[in-house]
Design a protein around this ligand. Structure first.
Ligand SMILES: NC(=O)C1=CN([C@@H]2O[C@H](COP(=O)(O)OP(=O)(O)OC[C@H]3O[C@@H](n4cnc5c(N)ncnc54)[C@H](OP(=O)(O)O)[C@@H]3O)[C@@H](O)[C@H]2O)C=CC1
Ligand SMILES: O=C[C@H](O)[C@@H](O)[C@@H](O)[C@H](O)C(=O)O
Length: 316
């Protein structure tokens, strides 16, 4: 297996492996299933893991890390790059540090490598299921929340801080108040939602993009099968003796972003790492550039089609 390239992030001394294992599974995996899959991913060579308070995968990830250390698969926790995210129900100035500490407790870690604001919205209640009623959805206090994120970094609870699902407009708001600029914006990005405008903007601001759902989150509640069933991608895959998934992942990598993709299947998690020793041709890239575009993951599909949510989904 060719080695996994790394990227450096602003305000973070530790480099990040460009491919990470996602841990948002549908239907939600039980603790043992998730732990076993994550351990398998470590055995396969993954060193970057993406979790969130909302996924319920912090605990199994923490257990898998402890087990990997016990088994000697890794010598130190420092060999891993761990990302987790602030859930919307805790998106208030005084709740950020406690929330980060709660995630660290779930993970049984002293620090995470990256802490992200999960979505640019605040929920005034803890939720058990989605969609939610509109009364609990509020605009984000960007200044207060970002100050809390900066405090997490200054306290050493996280090496880097960033955001997720932020538009250019929301990023401008963060940048206007930030003492430490966001290192990353983690957003949906794949051949059928290429994010050209946002990528241009982030490049000029030194914000690195991580692509989530790079396979279109096929077979999940929040995604669809447009990528896995794309004839254009399948034709390229056939000609190159790769799989459609590998073509989609390689495309994202060639755009200069990092990516997090989830597989709890031993063969597919290995397959997804085989993207670093070949490249797409100019002609293949042109064909992919022409694919029809449509956002797959929307906040409205999670929280419900409320005005503020639809407005956030429509922002560029
Ligand atoms: N910040 C945010 O708001 C969001 C972040 N994320 C993060 O990004 C991660 C990845 O995105 P996700 O939405 O999971 O979607 P992905 O695009 O990574 O797709 C995951 C789906 O594809 C399947 N799959 C994986 N590899 C292959 C393959 N080689 N061939 C065919 N099917 C495959 C998986 O099934 P199987 O496991 O059976 O292989 C799973 O059903 C998440 O797990 C999460 O960590 C995701 C959504 C939103
Ligand atoms: O209800 C659906 C879930 O919240 C799903 O959309 C998320 O877990 C997603 O992967 C995310 O990171 O936001």
């Amino acid at each position: 297996m060719a080695g996994i390239p790394q990227v450096s992030l602003s305000s973070c001394e530790k480099p990040m492996p460009v491919i990470g294992m996602g841990t948002s599974s549908y239907p939600p995996a039980d603790l043992e299933t998730a732990k076993t899959a994550i351990l398998e991913a470590i055995k396969s060579g993954y060193r970057h893991f993406d979790t969130a308070f909302a996924y319920g995968s912090e605990k199994p990830l923490g257990e898998a890390i402890a087990e990997a250390l016990r088994l000697g698969l890794i010598k130190s926790r420092d060999e891993l790059f761990i990302t987790t995210k602030l859930w919307c129900s805790f998106a208030q100035r005084d709740q950020i540090v406690p929330s980060c500490k709660m995630s660290l407790e779930n993970l049984k870690l002293d620090y995470v490598d990256l802490y992200l604001i999960h979505w640019p919205v605040r929920l005034s209640e803890m939720i058990q299921k989605t969609p939610v009623v509109k009364e609990i959805i509020h605009p984000l206090d960007v200044k207060g929340v970002w100050e809390g994120m900066e405090e997490c970094k200054n306290l050493g609870l996280t090496k880097a801080i960033g955001v997720s699902n932020f538009s250019c407009k929301k990023l401008e708001e963060v940048l206007s108040v930030a003492k430490i600029p966001p290192a990353i914006n983690q957003v949906e990005m794949n051949p059928v939602w290429q994010q050209k405008q946002l990528r241009e903007f982030c490049k000029t601001k030194g914000i690195h993009i991580t692509a989530y759902s790079p396979l279109g989150a096929n077979n999940t509640k929040w995604g669809d099968n447009r990528i896995i069933e794309s004839e254009v991608l399948a034709d390229i895959a056939k000609a190159r003796e790769k799989t459609t998934a590998q073509v989609a992942l390689r495309w994202a990598y060639e755009q200069g972003v990092s990516l997090v993709t989830k597989s709890y299947n031993k063969e597919r998690m290995k397959e997804n790492l085989q993207i670093f020793d070949w490249s797409l041709t100019g002609e293949e890239l042109d064909k992919i550039a022409k694919l029809p575009q449509r956002k797959g993951v929307t906040l409205a599909s999670i929280l419900g089609p409320h005005d503020l949510v639809l407005q956030l989904d429509a922002e560029t």
